[in-house]
Design a protein around this ligand. Sequence first.
Ligand code: GLN
Length: 273
Amino acid sequence: MSLTLREALAASPLPRLEAHLLWQRVLGVPRAWLIAHDADSLEPAKIDAYRTLEARRLAGEPIAYILGHREFFGRDFLVTPAVLIPRPDTELLVECGLRAIRDVREPHVLDLGTGSGIVAVTLALERPDARVRATDQSAEALDVAQKNARVLGAKLLFSFGNWYDTELGSKQFDLIVSNPPYIDARDAHLGRGDLRFEPRDALTDGADGLRDLREIVRGAPDHLSPGGILCVEHGWDQAAAVRSLFLRQGFADVASERDLSGIERVTRGCMPT
Ligand code: GLN
């Protein structure tokens, strides 16, 4: 039986946007094409291909993993289940980092726990004069980040290792950024929705959610130049705790910034000169 796109969309239990995204993938067309051609009849093989993707989505798999990419800061990034799905909140971390190096020429930048590389690659592309290094303790994640850098034409250095546990040299960075795992291991959200499919190690530190943040803040003074800045992303209820970690470590100008939902999502501090 032949089916038109309009009929197929009406029959799909998925929200319209998600169904459109999957049809775009199956047919290899932009969204506008779907709208203009919704009375065309579909080949049975295409309907089967759609149903396979739809079943994965109905089983809970995130759209970004099914499609294999996600937009961040206006660019398209490859994503696999080895890395977190880029979140719009993390654009704030990039903005904070860009502001921190605005007046520094050829800044040295370090991204700890880069995952898909969205933060490091975006900083490298927004600041072509920067020397950006990205680390991760997951070889699979580094592979995704390297592919993103290559596809988007960003030049960066990659190191394999846990936080500062790679050959970084001392006191050389003008900026350190990180979006570490910060969800409390007991948080029920880890068992719900898209989070069930994301790498657990990238979401939670297996402890109270502040363990990796503590390690990052504690190690930063050894790697930041005088006047260098640390910017970290954290959870909705962690800003005060993170600011006190910064202060205890001797950072100056410590402040948190709010994301689009009004939540204090990024904290920054400066190494005294
Ligand atoms: N922002 C993510 C979330 O709340 C968590 C990402 C992270 O732990 N870095 O789902």
